[in-house]
Design a protein around this ligand. Structure first.
Ligand code: BGC
Length: 256
């Protein structure tokens, strides 16, 4: 943990895009442009590293003056990536933190993308001060989840991979935002799938709050009102920037 840090760089690696910015850690706000490049097709480690270098070069933050947090769409334990739902299988059991540190020539903080979005919302957003159980979901290429209890993260929850009975598909293959786009669903059709998903989470975990992140959260007025749940459900305050802000904040919070 770094003391007296006021700014850090956050890079959020997703299945579709890699986004980065400089973040003010007191305000939890972006203080640079938001740079985005496409996630290289196949998302092999070397190509992802090149893309991250490109983001940092565009932000002109190639020095080590500021801490750097990197968020990744997989289970992350002790610096290793242990799964690969929307990236190359090479990442399974891969020493990813070390790989990025060597490749970038600097130390980094490294964690799961949904977990850091959860940290950002707990520290600076919709889950701030919320007592009890908050479940943040990111609706994007996949579905990422962060479980927070009284603001404390229980990491690597992976609830986007819950399966429906007799369905043999992960929840994310049925209800992620990418399915809405790929299958050209209407908001109502997609909301029916989300209704199943959030009702199931509600039944399993009895949360106090759902927070919805991911790029589509900026259109939350189109689908959140269509859901009928007992749990309050709100968009992430930081929308799709929660991952960047949360990654940057890894330098001042103990994620795991
Ligand atoms: C991955 C998670 C990730 C989520 C969102 C899922 O496919 O298994 O680790 O958080 O996508 O990117």
């Amino acid at each position: 943990m770094t003391e007296n840090v006021t700014r850090a760089v956050g890079v959020d690696i997703g299945g579709t895009g890699i986004k980065g910015a400089v973040v003010d850690l007191e305000a939890g706000a972006l203080v640079s442009e938001r740079v985005k490049v496409a996630t290289p097709s196949g998302a092999e480690p070397d190509d992802v590293l090149t893309a991250v270098r490109q983001v940092l070069a565009t932000l002109e933050v190639n020095d080590t003056d500021m801490p750097l947090g990197v968020a990744f769409p997989a289970i992350v334990k002790h610096g290793k990536t242990l799964s690969a739902a929307n990236v190359a299988d090479t990442w399974i059991g891969f020493d990813a933190e070390k790989f990025f540190e060597e490749g970038l020539g600097r130390p980094i903080h490294f964690a799961n993308d949904a977990d850091v979005a959860g940290l950002a919302e707990a520290r600076y957003g919709a889950a701030k001060g919320v007592e009890g159980l908050t479940i943040l979901t990111t609706l994007g290429t996949g579905i990422g989840t962060a479980i927070l209890y009284d603001g404390h993260l229980i990491p690597n929850s992976e609830l986007g991979h819950l399966q429906r009975a007799n369905h043999k598909k992960d929840a994310e293959e049925w209800a992620a935002y990418s399915t809405f786009e790929r299958e050209e669903l209407s908001w109502k059709e997609w909301a029916k799938r989300l209704q199943w998903y959030y009702s199931y989470l509600e039944f399993l975990l009895s949360p106090d709050l759902f927070v919805v992140g991911g790029g589509v959260s900026k259109h939350s007025d189109k689908f959140l009102p269509l859901l009928d749940l007992n749990t309050p459900i709100v968009p992430a305050t930081h929308r799709n920037n929660a991952g960047i802000i949360g990654a940057a904040s890894l330098s001042i919070v103990d994620a795991y």
